[in-house]
Design a protein around this ligand. Structure first.
Ligand code: ADP
Length: 619
């Protein structure tokens, strides 16, 4: 049999270099990664064997064995799972197949701490063996292939690896780590058992190690030929809640999510009646790097009666809850369920509805813990808002979970707002803007500030779109202060209203002239009471896109209507008073309009003309 040498794909070589250099701080994780691969290989075999029982050969009991040899300084992890064919060994252990991993490698900064965290998120898997090994030998035979069709893969973890055909009677994979001289501490039963207990206890098949006996004569432990299980070997979610510690829940989460941080909260339930399933859901503390990637799938793993079926089961969770991680184990779905079937299944719909309600109640509970909820909201609030447009049935519950900055504070809920509304106030006022600073300084807020009326400041890109699905909250309408005419209703006294009407009347000739000057830019020009210090501002009609939203859409290359805003002027302002009889009426009119546009973060259509007009007046 001939040996062949293959070069690692460039990204793998790069990753290997980083693995050995950045992950030194927590070398133990290689055990977790290799045991998890072994367990995945067993899951795959169990799944394939559903349709082809012959694959189980004469060894139907799937297991992982961890052993070491002090003299040879080797550690072996053996599984009787699906195994690898020669070609699979070349492909899977020599290239990075997973989409996203390439871009992940590009994200690595060279800063060890940051990189280690990133690597942890993505899971380096097999390559983590090279943190402790100077050489790794993989011997494997794929289930269903002949004994002579085994494969040996050997590499020192630098530029290349060797592959040769071997005869291997046993199905599955044995990974032999030839430990570096400074990593021989792993040749120790107690240490390995401790790491397995910490990271891999939840693995649902037995992880076996050999027993040891004290040899008094030699004064050392002697390895016996008797194997025993060192993990609980029952799927964590199938155990009773009371038997699971918070540490175990947390460790399970870290394994599931590749997140190095503990989750904010979790919920574990057996749902009965109708559709039966077990649900274990987690809310992470940190958003993954690809939260905004449209391709991003749900973080839910689907099991059927404890058999792993698929990752990223997107049908089990609505898209606006794509940050949730967890496991669903169904008692009703068929084992051979496919993604297509999932989309149509009534059981799946019931599970999805159940999951959605559960996450909402987890968030409702979390919102009682200010710090945690703030952390959640900062990371995922904008995703949650998508639910307003996506999930009609739960709109009210979602609306209650929203938090905003306002002219009176941070983290304001709609309920908080309502509770402190002014006597006579009959709407929840808000403004949308590109940034918090722009929102706070909007001219449209002036009269609200003067009267001490709270206004919610919305600065997330999704806000205007999302809020368009929430016309009212708990019986009170939501009203943008930049849309429609200001109607402060009972908040304005009769005197003020009269004065405004009178101003509009005497100002009418000027207004007409303004309309004429600006007829290409403004849909209308009118006198307003919403301004105090500013001469003018732009508003749109109720129900129209705001000028910011139209701008955002255009920037994103999307279709957006050309909106002609309404110019509102403050008849009390000295600049506006100057209009009457001015020799520069037309210049002043355009300056008023362009300044109003600038004040809300827009740009004059013809900036050069704007500058010229200003300069004419200044000169
Ligand atoms: P990941 O497991 O995240 O896909 P790894 O680098 O850990 O990435 O492993 C790469 C691939 O090698 C796996 O996807 C799997 O196909 C294969 N592999 C690793 N370990 C085993 C094993 N014990 N048995 C069978 N295949 C394995």
């Amino acid at each position: 049999m001939s040996k062949h040498t293959h070069a690692f794909q460039a990204e793998v070589a790069q990753l290997l270099h980083l693995v050995t250099h950045s992950l030194y701080s927590n070398p133990d994780i290689f055990v977790r990664e290799l045991v998890s691969n072994a367990s995945d290989a067993c899951d795959k075999l169990r799944f394939e064997a559903l349709n082809n029982a012959a694959l189980l050969e004469d060894a139907p009991n799937l297991e992982v064995r961890v052993a070491f040899d002090k003299d040879a300084k080797t550690l072996t992890i053996t599984d009787n799972g699906i195994g690898l064919s020669e070609q699979e060994a070349i492909d899977n252990l020599g290239t990075i197949a997973k989409s996203g991993t390439r871009s992940f490698v590009e994200q690595l900064s060279g800063d060890q701490k940051k990189d280690a965290q990133l690597i942890g998120q993505f899971g380096v898997g097999f390559y983590s063996g090279f943190i402790v090994a100077e050489k790794i030998t993989v011997e494997s035979r794929r289930a269903g292939l002949k004994a002579e069709e085994g494969v040996r893969w050997v590499s020192g973890g630098t530029g290349d690896f060797e592959v040769e055909a071997i005869t291997r009677a046993e199905r599955g994979t044995r990974i032999t780590l030839h430990l570096r001289d400074d990593k021989t501490e792993y040749l120790n039963r107690w240490k390995l058992k401790q790491i397995i207990g910490r990271y891999s206890d939840h693995i649902s098949l037995p992880i076996l190690m050999q027993k040891e006996e004290w040899d008094a004569e030699k004064s050392e432990y002697k390895t016996l030929d008797e194997w025993e299980s060192v993990n609980s070997a029952s799927a964590l979610w199938s155990r009773a809640k009371k038997d699971i510690t918070p540490e175990q829940y947390t460790e399970f989460y870290k394994n599931l999510s590749f997140d190095s941080e503990a989750p904010l909260t979790w919920s574990h339930n057996r749902v009965e009646g109708g559709t039966e399933y077990t649900q274990l859901l987690y809310i992470p503390a940190k958003a993954p790097a690809d939260l905004w990637n449209r391709e991003r799938k749900a973080g839910i793993k689907l099991y059927v009666k404890r058999v792993f079926i698929m990752d990223e089961a997107e049908s089990l969770m609505p898209s606006y809850m794509r940050f949730v991680k967890g496991v669903i184990d169904s008692a009703d779905l068929p084992l051979n369920v496919s993604r297509e079937l999932l989309q149509e299944s009534r059981d799946v719909k019931a599970i999805r509805d159940g999951n959605t309600r559960r996450v909402l109640s987890m968030l409702e509970d979390l919102s009682k813990e200010q710090d945690k909820y703030d952390a959640f909201y900062a990371e995922f609030g904008a995703v949650l808002k998508e639910g307003l447009g996506e999930d009609f049935g739960n709109r009210e519950r979602i609306a209650k979970l929203l938090r905003f900055a306002s002219t009176q504070g941070e983290g304001v809920s709609l309920a908080d707002y309502k509770a402190r509304m002014k006597e006579g106030q009959d709407a929840i006022y808000y403004i949308t803007a590109d940034s918090l600073a722009a929102a706070k300084n909007s001219p449209q807020l002036e009269v609200f500030k003067k009267k001490g009326i709270e206004v919610l400041l919305m600065t997330d890109r999704v806000d205007e779109w999302a809020l368009s699905f929430v016309p009212e909250f708990d019986g009170t309408p939501l009203q943008s202060v930049a849309k429609g005419a200001v109607d402060l209703g009972k908040l304005q006294d009769e005197g003020e209203k009269k004065a405004a009407e009178q101003a509009a009347e005497t100002f009418k000739p000027v207004l007409d002239k303004l309309k004429e000057s600006l007829k290409d830019k403004a849909k209308d020009v009118r006198v307003t009471t919403r301004l105090v210090d500013s001469p003018a501002c732009l508003v749109v009609e109720d129900g129209e896109y705001s000028t910011q939203l139209a701008r955002l859409l255009k920037q994103a290359g999307q279709q957006a209507p050309d909106i002609k805003p309404i110019l509102e002027v403050n008849a009390e302002h000295p600049l506006v008073k100057k209009l009457e009889g001015s020799a520069h009426f037309d210049d002043l009119a355009h300056i008023l309009f362009d300044q109003a546009l600038l004040a809300e973060g827009g740009l004059p259509e013809d900036p050069a003309a704007y500058v010229k007009r200003i300069n004419t007046l200044l000169a």
